[in-house]
Design a protein around this ligand. Structure first.
Ligand code: ADP
Ligand code: ZN
Length: 522
C-alpha cells in the first residue's frame, strides 16, 4: 500500500459513516492523525471525537489501539463499526471467552483495524507483549483527562499509557472535552513526555444559546418570572439542593406550569418516568439537581435556568449546553449571590480531596465567578477559558447592555483594610458597618468604632458596598475562612491591589428593583 490517498477520508466519511460532511474541526484532526502526527484534540461532548480516530484507523495500515474508560461506550462503538463492515474488537472485563478469542484471532491474522481496551488491561505485562507482536500503527486515547491526578475522573492506569507509547514507538492521538490549562498541561506531560503535540480545539461555541447572569434578588420570584415569560416551552431549572427542587417545582405548578422535580434521592423508577415525560411532552419544566441531564437527549430544550450558582465553569458550560441542541434560539439565566460563593467554597474546603485538587477546584469556581462578574461579552470570556478566540457575540446580556463600570481600586483597598484591621475574622455585614461608620452594639463592643477604617466608606451606600464585596469575592480578592464561619480572609491575589500596584474596575451595582443595590452613592 502506498501513501494514504488524500480523498480517502472524505470517501470513507460517506461510505462507512454515512455523513455528508465533516463537522468544524474534524477534517483537520483526521488529517493530522492520519498522517501520524501526535495530536491532542479538545472538543465538547457530542462534538464528534470518535470519528477523529476511527476514520484515521481505517486509513492507516495495521491496528489502532483505542483506550477508553467507558466499557458500555466501547461496546457501542465496536457494534456500530462492525455493522458498517469494519473489523473492530474490544478487550474488556465484560467479554465472553469466545469474544476475547475472536479478537485475538483477528489480531493474529492482521485483520483487526480497531482494538478497544480499558486502561486496566495495561496493568498486565501480557498486554504490552501482545501489542508488540502485532502491527500497531496508532494509539488513540479517549477521555484523556483521566490521566490528570487533580481532575475528577483520575484513572491511575492511564499513567501507563505514556510508557506504552514509548515502547511501541507509534503516534498517539489524545481526545478530551476538558479544556482547562492545567489538565492540558498534565496530558502533555504524561502522555507525550512533555513534547507538545499538535493541538486542536474546536466547537465550544454554541452561538444559538443566549447567556445571562443576574444577582439573586428574591430568587424564587426571579425564576417564576422567567418561566412565566416562557410559558409552554420545555425548560430545566437547576438547583443546588434536593429540597429546593421539590419546593420550586411545587411553586411552578401553583403558577400554572407543568413541572416535575428530579434529584438523585428519588427512586430510580420515578426518575426514569420524569426523564420519559420530559423527553415526550412539550412544555414541561424539570426542576433538578445536577443528577439530571446525563441521559437526556432532547433537542428542543428552549431554556435552562440556574436557581443557584453551578460549582465550576465546566459544570456551567455543560448544564447550559443542554439547551437548544436543535440549533434554534435558546435562553439561559444563572442566578448567584454571596451565599452561593460561600456555599461552593465551603463545599470544596470541606471535601476530602488533596490540597492540590482543592486549589484546582477553587480555580474552576473562580473562572465561573469571573464570568458572573464579567464587564464585557460573556461568551468571549467563556470561550477564551476553553482556549477559543472570538469577538463579542451579540447574544448575551452584556453585549445587549454593557454594564457601567467605575474605578473601584480605592473602594477595594478600603474594604481590604477593614478586613485586615479586624484580623480577618468578620463577614461582609460587619465590615460594611465599619466602612459606613454604622455604630451599633457589636461594633462598639469590639471597639471597632475606634478603628482608623471606621466610616472611611461613608460616601457609598450599604447596598453599594454589598456589591463591592460580592465582586471582590467573585474575583477571589477575599475568601471565606474555612475554619471560621462567615469570616472573610484576604487572598494573595489582593496584595498587588492593596499595595497600589494594580487597579480594579468594578461594575456599578445594578439598580435591581431598587432594593438590594442602590447605585446612588456611586
Ligand atoms: P463525542 O465522543 O465527541 O462526545 P461522538 O463521537 O459520540 O461525540 O459523536 C457525537 C454524535 O455526532 C454521534 O451521534 C455521531 O454519529 C455524530 N457525528 C459525528 N461526526 C459527524 C459528522 N461529521 N456529521 C454528522 N454527525 C456526526
Ligand atoms: Zn456577548
Amino acid at each position: 500500500m502506498g501513501a494514504p490517498d488524500r480523498s480517502e477520508p472524505a470517501r470513507l466519511l460517506a461510505d462507512i459513516f454515512g455523513f455528508q460532511a465533516f463537522r468544524p474541526g474534524q477534517a483537520e484532526i483526521v488529517a493530522a492523525v492520519t498522517e501520524g502526527r501526535n495530536t491532542l484534540a479538545i472538543m465538547p461532548t457530542g462534538g464528534g471525537k470518535s470519528l477523529c480516530f476511527q476514520l484515521p484507523a481505517l486509513c492507516r495500515e495495521g491496528v489502532t489501539v483505542v483506550i477508553s474508560p467507558l466499557i458500555a461506550l466501547m461496546r457501542d462503538q465496536v457494534r456500530g463499526l462492525r455493522e458498517a463492515g469494519v473489523e473492530a474488537g474490544a478487550l474488556t472485563s465484560g467479554n465472553t471467552d469466545e469474544e476475547t478469542e475472536a479478537v485475538f484471532q483477528a489480531l493474529d491474522e492482521g485483520r483487526l483495524k480497531l482494538l478497544y481496551m480499558a486502561p486496566e488491561r495495561l496493568a498486565t505485562g501480557a498486554t504490552e507483549a501482545l501489542l508488540r507482536r502485532v502491527n500497531v500503527s496508532l494509539i488513540a486515547v479517549d477521555e484523556a483527562h483521566c490521566v490528570s491526578q487533580w481532575g475528577h475522573d483520575f484513572r491511575p492506569d492511564y499513567l501507563r499509557i505514556g510508557a506504552l507509547r514509548r515502547s511501541l514507538n507509534v503516534p498517539l492521538a489524545a481526545f478530551t472535552a476538558t479544556a482547562d490549562e492545567e489538565t492540558r498541561a498534565e496530558i502533555v506531560t504524561r502522555l507525550f513526555d512533555g513534547q507538545t503535540p499538535e493541538t486542536f480545539l474546536h466547537g465550544f461555541d454554541r452561538p444559538n444559546i443566549h447567556l445571562a447572569f443576574a444577582a439573586k434578588d428574591g430568587p424564587r420570584e426571579q425564576i417564576l418570572r422567567y418561566a412565566a415569560a416562557r410559558r409552554g416551552q420545555s425548560g430545566i431549572v437547576y438547583c443546588g439542593t434536593r429540597a429546593k427542587t421539590e419546593t420550586l417545582s411545587q411553586a411552578l405548578r401553583e403558577a400554572g406550569h407543568s413541572s416535575l422535580a428530579y434529584h438523585g434521592g428519588m427512586e430510580a423508577e420515578v426518575r426514569r418516568s420524569v426523564e420519559t415525560s420530559f423527553q415526550r411532552e412539550d412544555g414541561l419544566i424539570v426542576v433538578a439537581t445536577v443528577a439530571f441531564g446525563m441521559g437526556i437527549d432532547k433537542p428542543d430544550i428552549r431554556w435552562v435556568a440556574h436557581a443557584d450558582l453551578p460549582k465550576s465553569i465546566e459544570s456551567y458550560y455543560q448544564e447550559i449546553g443542554r439547551a437548544g441542541r436543535d440549533g434554534e434560539p435558546a435562553e439561559t439565566l444563572t442566578l448567584y449571590g454571596a451565599e452561593d460563593i460561600r456555599y461552593r467554597r465551603s463545599q470544596i474546603d470541606e471535601g476530602l480531596a488533596p490540597a492540590e485538587r482543592k486549589a484546582a477546584d477553587h480555580g474552576r469556581l473562580n473562572a465561573l465567578l469571573g464570568l458572573a462578574e464579567a464587564l464585557a461579552c460573556r461568551r468571549q470570556l467563556l470561550l477564551s477559558y476553553f482556549g477559543e478566540a472570538s469577538g463579542p457575540c451579540g447574544n448575551c446580556d452584556l453585549c445587549a447592555s454593557p454594564p457601567a463600570v467605575f474605578d473601584g481600586t480605592e473602594a477595594v483597598r478600603k474594604a481590604l483594610s477593614a478586613v485586615l484591621r479586624t484580623g480577618e475574622s468578620y463577614g461582609a455585614g460587619h465590615l460594611i458597618d465599619i466602612l459606613t461608620g454604622t455604630s451599633n452594639e457589636r461594633i462598639r463592643g469590639r471597639g471597632h468604632d475606634q478603628l482608623p477604617t471606621f466610616g472611611v466608606g461613608r460616601e457609598m451606600s450599604k447596598g453599594a458596598w454589598t456589591s463591592v464585596f460580592l465582586q471582590m469575592s467573585g474575583r477571589d480578592l477575599v475568601r471565606p475562612d474555612s475554619e471560621r464561619h462567615g469570616a472573610l480572609r484576604m487572598t494573595e491575589a489582593a496584595r498587588p491591589v492593596l499595595r497600589g500596584e494594580e487597579s480594579v474596575m468594578l461594575r456599578k451595582p445594578a439598580p435591581v428593583s431598587g432594593v438590594k443595590f442602590t447605585a446612588k452613592a456611586l
